[in-house]
Design a protein around this ligand. Structure first.
Ligand code: AMP
Length: 191
């Protein structure tokens, strides 16, 4: 069966790492809107310049450009056996746009899974990651806290959106990468 999965979680919860493992386990195409924005920034596109002004502050990039970019990426992978969405949707508007877009292609989301980690643990993880990755948004505690605030205000409400569709699951994001990926794979296998 085709699987289209959304990975939820606060910044630093491990979405990117786990999405890459699920991609390999289930032969999915991994789409990370954060990676797409960083790719655009690296290539000095106008989309990159626009996104950077928001990302540097830890604010969400506006829905319209984010949704357009996501849809173009799905269309560019029309032969995919399924998708793992990492960092999208992050607002109600994005979630509704995604449902409508997939519906138009006779596709749908099978499951959304949240990786749960406490904010204080995440701050330590992100500050550490920032040392290696050079990501500006990972190097400043103020910006990290703003990203949590964006998540709590704009993304957390999506939990009830997906609960209402019977598609919401959550697992702990604390443990080794392997432990967590085994739990994720077991959960997806059980669907
Ligand atoms: P991430 O790599 O997922 O942590 O995303 C890094 C940054 O990219 C976020 O803090 C936002 O500024 C921006 N971003 C990524 N995905 C989205 C999205 N779905 N909606 C709005 N902004 C996003």
């Amino acid at each position: 069966m085709m699987k289209n999965i959304i990975l939820f979680g606060k910044p630093g919860a491990g979405k990117g790492t786990q999405a890459a493992l699920l991609r390999d386990a289930f032969q999915l195409v991994h789409i990370s809107t954060g990676d797409l924005f960083r790719y655009n920034i690296g290539n000095n596109t106008s989309l990159g310049a626009l996104a950077k002004s928001y990302m540097d502050q830890g604010d969400l990039v506006p829905d319209e450009v984010t949704i357009k970019m996501l849809e173009a990426e799905v269309d560019a992978n029309s032969d995919a056996g399924g998708f793992i969405f990492d960092g999208f949707p992050r607002t109600s508007k994005q979630a509704e746009a995604l449902d409508e877009f997939l519906h138009g292609k006779e596709m749908r989301i099978q499951a959304t899974i949240a990786l749960e980690v406490d904010e204080e643990v995440l701050i330590k993880r992100l500050l550490n990651r920032g040392k290696d990755s050079g990501r500006a948004d990972d190097q400043d505690e103020e910006k990290i806290r703003n990203r949590f605030e964006e998540y709590n205000n704009k993304t957390a409400p999506l939990i009830s959106y997906y609960i209402a569709q019977n598609k919401f699951h959550s697992i702990t994001g604390v443990g080794t990468v392997t432990e967590i990926s085994e739990q994720l794979i077991a959960l997806l296998d059980s669907l």
